[in-house]
Design a protein around this ligand. Structure first.
Ligand code: NAD
Ligand code: THR
Length: 373
């Protein structure tokens, strides 16, 4: 494997040449501010950090999925439109393309990604590219490539260029042998999907690079995210978005999970708020580098009941998808996020009733609600 070879070659060169007195067994991270792939050629160049005056220069990978466009909008409000570059391998819609900088970036193309980071003087990277749980099971080789090889590229470039790196993890990083109600930050993690395996790998690699190379890695385990103006990308929690669209369009919803399947969920605004907050938190506040975040937990039946308060005529039927059901049955039912609340003041704004009201107000269901009342 070329990556393994280059990492081990670079690490051995580093250990010979670092001159920082580090031993092999315990390596103080601040001695090594560079990535394994770059250390041999130009360590001194890359060890100089950018003097990012006021604002970070941000790159979002995989930015055209359910979460990226909303994240770009939030970050542009905070850091300025031109300081936030959205990227993906897909073609953006006109409104996205004209709302701020967009660039093609395939995370599997290491050199291209590095060029983007260098040319745009990127200082913060939000790594959103991934194949989610259900689509990952349908194409394991691609999920492995994007979620694992892609992550390796991102980690190396981030370490090499001294970036602050955010990588989202998920409730899917846990498995049937994890405590499920509630699931704490630190417990057994033996997921049964390629998605979950790749996310545990991302958590561990990011934490290792933090310890080993001083990479400023930050990671949140998101619940299932619910949004009105973007579509989910093929996950197990997608039903909780689809129900709103179907309630409005047809008044009929067929759920692919059993009515009593309880999963942690979150409204997108809370998710993006947490993401920005953890990136802005002072390093000293972070006792860990990977945190659970939680807002609410519900079953399809409970969600349907809340939706029916707005659309009473909604008919819900169940046609269980075996793959998704098996995944959901192995995931947390409730998430314990006390460490995030304690360390950097995480607090959600949306519980189930606010979520449902907000979704309907975005999706413009006024006429149906009026009929219902
Ligand atoms: N949406 C959720 O409910 C949720 C929950 C937990 C964690 N997450 C995580 O948040 C991140 C964003 O999630 P999302 O829902 O927006 O995902 P999504 O599936 O909607 O979007 C992922 C994006 O990655 C892009 N992509 C795929 N291959 C790529 C490649 N080779 N190079 C660059 N981009 C590539 C896709 O084109 C897509 O636009 C993911 O890492 C996901 O695991 C999401
Ligand atoms: C939970 C999350 O990671 C994603 N929505 C999925 O279901 O795969």
């Amino acid at each position: 494997m070329p990556i393994v070879k280059s990492v081990s070659r670079a690490v051995s060169q580093l250990l010979q040449s670092s001159g920082c007195g580090c031993g092999i067994s315990i390596v103080p991270v601040r001695c090594i501010g560079v990535s394994p792939r770059q250390v041999a050629s130009d360590a001194s160049f890359h060890s100089v950090s950018f003097s990012e005056s006021d604002h970070p220069r941000v790159l979002i990978t995989g930015g055209l999925g359910q979460l990226g466009v909303g994240l770009a909008k939030l970050l542009r409000k905070r850091f300025g439109k031109n300081n936030v570059i959205l990227s993906d391998i897909r073609k953006p819609a006109d409104n996205v393309f004209y709302s701020g900088p967009f660039i093609y970036a395939d995370i599997l193309d290491y050199k291209n990604l590095r060029e983007i980071v260098v040319n745009n003087r990127i200082t913060w990277l939000f790594h959103y590219s991934a194949l989610l749980s259900a689509v990952g099971e349908a194409n394991v080789p691609l999920a492995r490539a994007v979620n694992i090889t892609g992550l390796h590229n991102v980690l190396d470039i981030a370490a090499e260029h001294n970036l602050r790196l955010f990588v989202p993890s998920t409730i899917g990083a846990f498995g049937p042998t994890s405590p499920r109600d509630p699931t704490p930050d630190l417990c057994i993690q033996r997921p049964r999907t390629i998605y979950g395996v790749s996310k545990v790998h991302a958590e561990l690699m990011g934490e290792y690079y933090h310890y080993r190379y001083g990479l400023d890695f930050r990671c949140l385990r998101y619940p299932g995210i619910i949004s009105a103006d973007s579509q989910p990308g093929g996950g197990t929690t997608d039903y909780a978005v689809q129900i709103f669209h179907d309630a409005i369009k047809t008044g009929k919803f067929q759920c692919n999970l059993k009515p009593d399947t309880r999963l942690p969920m979150m409204y997108i605004d809370d998710c993006l708020k947490a993401t920005l907050e953890v990136m802005e938190a002072p390093a000293e506040a972070l006792s860990m580098r990977t945190y659970n975040i939680s807002a609410m937990s519900f079953t399809p039946e409970e969600l349907a009941q809340e939706v029916q308060k707005h659309v009473p005529e909604l008919e819900v039927t169940y046609n269980v998808d075996k793959v998704r059901q098996a995944i959901a049955d192995s995931w947390p039912m409730n998430f314990d996020d006390r460490n995030a609340r304690r360390d950097w003041g995480w607090k959600h704004d949306y519980d189930l009733p606010e979520l449902v009201t907000t979704m309907f107000s975005f999706l413009g269901s006024d006429s149906r609600i009026a009929q219902a009342n």
